[in-house]
Design a binder for this molecule. Structure first.
Ligand code: BES
Ligand code: MN
Ligand code: ZN
Length: 502
């Protein structure tokens, strides 16, 4: 099984562009920039930049690249790349993050050893620096981890340039770059886990790898086996696991910084289905291979715990990841079966493919047992959320509204766009069972909402938010800033949340 490459740090500099020792200096370029917007750049290109702009060879459309050699003797960078960054007024951290990913991928593909990325854009320089560091780091992700014939291009070394900033500002830029590096790496680790197929990442292996990732950063990790899970009475997790010959695990993370207040305790819960066949309510064959990433929420929690510890967040954080396969074995649960949750509520299983909400029900309960005062869960939960919001935006659910809105804002900043959906009490009707406390599905209407309503039953009315990442965890089509494959969604949101005041 491939392991994460140990990454080097990203340096920052306040030198002028002309004096940076690098192979390629990358400058974000705005559609509304004048040809001389960056002093000396056009001259260094021997007039190529102004010519390309005039000829509309380069129009600075988002993520468009134009590369040209430097012709001026006094210039140290061997080549210049301008990269389209849209209109200046709209270029904040989100655009810079994506521009940096795009430039990073291009530079690596062209095997450029040293790249300097110049900070330009709206807002705080330190925010742009963090976003650029995140983006360059995200560009290092390699989805072809099992390719033996064509090794992936070597990693470039990155420098982030904030020309003519004061030493004071540069030291803050430096800190932001280090922060962005850790968040980017943690996202990439989650992507690696989500990319891992079901046979190399069974629940036991997932637990071991997640534990290694988090404990290396100083997080306390405990892996509960099927016996411990039974002692806790987690009938929902055990029920889903019945169809598989692989035993389930419950991964528990604890981050307790010295001197942190008793409260709040942030509780992060992630869905850890290492492969979802649907169980007896089996899925169609076409596209089923995608269901190897049904633990992307669990990976996000594990890797966010890593980032939280490395960045030394000031609050206590608990992570809970129930993990199992969802298989149609001879002992599998069947439609109509009744399961009893650790919280005591009984569930009539209508569809065994609605397994995520089952394992999360026990997971949310356990996070509360461990003292979480505020809950956030992340799960590739429903196909319905993809119908509602598509592939770029996660569904956001929860209560109260202020808590949900806080998550939305943090997610937006982190580049994990999420949009709130309603949880009116009426929707609860759809889960009513004749025989038990509730059913595990509510039919086709409002499918992602009824899934969230199911989870709400296990939150004990503490502030809780649920991110449905079924559409956002995996890119089906390559974008300049996001190759096909796992996206690492929610890692940065969960990590940044541990720095909020609530
Ligand atoms: N893991 C799936 C949801 C999913 C679908 C993730 C597509 C990514 C892409 C989940 O366990 C599931 O199967 N949900 C069912 C629920 C239904 C049976 C109520 C669904 O969405 O079809
Ligand atoms: Mn399913
Ligand atoms: Zn699933």
């Amino acid at each position: 099984m491939p392991t994460a490459p140990t990454s080097t740090s990203i340096s920052s500099t306040r030198e002028s562009l002309a004096s940076i020792e690098t192979d390629l200096v990358v400058v974000p370029w705005f559609e509304d920039d004048a040809p001389d917007a960056v002093a000396g750049l056009d001259k260094a290109s021997g007039g190529e930049l102004a010519r390309a702009l005039a000829a509309k060879e380069f129009q600075a459309k988002a993520y468009e690249l134009f590369v040209t050699p430097t012709t001026e003797r006094g210039w140290k960078p061997r080549r210049i790349a301008v990269i389209g960054a849209g209109r200046r007024a709209e270029c904040g951290r989100d655009v810079i993050r994506k521009v940096a990913v795009t430039a990073g991928i291009a530079a690596r593909q062209k095997r450029v050893p040293r790249v300097a990325f110049v900070l330009r854009g709206q807002g705080d320089l330190t925010d742009l620096a963090q976003a650029a560091a995140e983006g360059l780091t995200l560009s290092e992700f390699n989805a072809g981890s099992y390719k033996t014939a064509e090794p992936s291009p070597p990693q470039s070394t990155w420098t982030i340039a904030a020309p003519s900033s004061t030493p004071d500002v540069l030291s803050r830029v430096n800190e932001s770059v280090a922060r962005g590096r850790i968040l980017g790496e943690s996202s990439n680790l989650a992507r690696e886990l989500a990319n891992e197929p079901g046979n190399t990442l069974t629940p036991r292996k997932f637990a071991k790898r997640a534990a290694a990732i988090a404990s290396e950063a100083g997080v306390r990790v405990e892996i509960l086996d099927e016996h411990k899970i039974a002692e806790l009475g987690m009938g929902l997790l055990l029920g889903v696991a019945r169809g598989s010959s692989e035993p389930p695990r419950l991964i528990v993370f604890r981050y307790d910084p010295p001197g942190a207040p008793e409260k709040p305790v942030l509780g992060l819960v992630g869905k850890g289905i290492t492969f979802d066949t649907g169980g007896i309510s089996i899925k169609p064959a076409e596209g089923m291979e995608r269901m190897k990433d049904d633990m992307a929420g669990g990976a996000a929690v594990a890797c966010a715990m890593r980032a939280i510890a490395l960045l030394q967040a000031p609050m206590r954080v608990i992570g809970v990841v129930p993990t199992t396969e969802n298989m149609p074995g001879g002992r599998a649960i069947k439609p109509g079966d009744i399961l009893t949750s650790a919280a005591g509520k009984t569930v009539e299983v209508i569809n065994t493919d609605a397994e995520g909400r089952l394992i999360l029900g026990d997971g949310l309960w356990y996070a509360r047992q461990l003292g979480a005062t505020h809950l956030v869960d992340v799960a590739t939960l429903t196909g319905a959320v993809v119908v509602a919001l598509g592939k770029t935006t996660s569904g956001l659910f929860g209560a109260p509204d202020e808590w949900v809105e806080r998550i939305r804002k943090v997610a937006e900043r982190a580049g994990d766009r999420a949009w709130p959906m309603p949880l009116y009490d009426d929707y609860r009707e759809q889960l009513k069972s004749e025989i038990a406390d509730m059913m595990n599905t509510g039919g086709r209407p409002a499918g992602s909402i009824t899934a969230a309503m199911f989870l709400k039953e296990f939150t004990d009315n503490v502030p809780w938010a649920h991110m449905d990442i079924a559409g956002t965890a995996w890119a089906d089509d390559a974008k300049p800033f996001l190759p096909k494959g796992p996206s690492g969604v929610a890692v940065r949101t969960l990590a940044e949340l541990a720095f909020e005041k609530f």
